[in-house]
Design a protein around this ligand. Sequence first.
Ligand SMILES: [Ca+2]
Ligand SMILES: [Ca+2]
Ligand SMILES: [Ca+2]
Length: 451
Amino acid sequence: MWRKKEIVVALPVNMKNGCIAFFFIVALSVCAAAQFEGHADFILTLKNACRTDKTFIDLQDQYHLKPKFTRLLHGCMPVRCPPEISRSTVRRLLESDSRIAWVEPDYRISVAGMPDDPYFPRQWSLYNRVNTGVDIRAVEAWGLHRGTKRIILAVIDTGIDYLHPDLAANLWRNPGEIPGNNRDDDDNGFIDDLYGWSFAEGNADPIDRFYHGTHVAGIIGAVANNGRGIAGIMHSVSIMAVKGLGDSGFGWSSSLIAGIYYAVDNGARIINASWGGGGRMEAMIDALAYAESRGVIFVAAAGNYRRDNDVSPFYPASYEGSNVVSVAATDTKDSLAWFSHWGRESVDLFAPGVDIFSTVLRGDYAPETGTSMAAPHVAGALGLLASFAPSLDWREYVDALYTTVRPLPWLQGTCATGGKLDLYRCLREGVPRVRALQAAVMYLSGILDKK
Ligand SMILES: [Ca+2]
Ligand SMILES: [Ca+2]
Ligand SMILES: [Ca+2]
């Protein structure tokens, strides 16, 4: 868009002669001065034979349109409709006009998917302007897809502060449950379970009073582009709050196992487990096998005591099920984080886990460090992938995740894939046949639109 003001300011540098400058101002402003700022209701594209000044004027008169620019931009004519007629009516009229090839909306466009959340510059693991390559290329991935509420992702943790203003809109709400009426309206065995359930306390309130689950939830799905705080990997998602750990960050296997069954039975596609410890348990193996049988992926933190999980397993990350994804942490230099576990066979991939800025209690934000922060990067990535390509099998999501990692040659032998999450590659290259299908659908819908 050209503006008179910009031309006037620029001219003294380029023009020696005031008369010539004046001529150019007039000429350019006649070319395409703006009649109004901001969005148009529709962008009309005129057919080749009708790209004339006469058609430009005739269309305005006939439909009472206000063009954004004073002249046709080749065949393009952004317009505002008369306020007294509904836009859908005007659209129908314009679409049936034989001089117009296309009637399209004026889309809101932003700079390469960069969110407006004020702390986004601190989210180095999503987008790193200085050390490119250490991030997971989230901004590029958001150019492809940003998530949907259809995907339910369970955070089994210390609960979630579901009142946090940067999380509330992306929390799951049980659609069949009426809260506070002391009845199990959806007959799932849990009374008044709106956001999830607290298996740590045995009640319907999975509120976080520690910080940990709230921090994990923000990495996965803090509300993006709301001018507040941070952006989650999924801009839109339904996060289920399952409280299996108590208010000091500890809990019991029994609560966590119950949490897995609850998440699976209530529609979660992915579970994040940023915790571990204790011994190998058949009851947990059963719960994870049940998750697998229902197509649920279980993402677990590899551990924070600087050990080799191949030698001394860390559960649940070390369970063998192929739906169990074990995540170790890298730091801001793409090295193995100083505390992180590793395992040539038993750890699957790396994700950033040092100084990760996310949501905490009382509407606040803070940096935290641990494989607890690495796991939700991967859970969020799988959620975004499942949202982007909803018809695939869980195995295909896990395959896509593993085959698109960014190799870290200096970390070879420390995990099965030898690489770190690359969110952009995961979406772009992870599901080629879905991409082919989507391209075909877009092509066909374009043809149908024309008719
Ligand atoms: Ca219920
Ligand atoms: Ca109820
Ligand atoms: Ca935000």
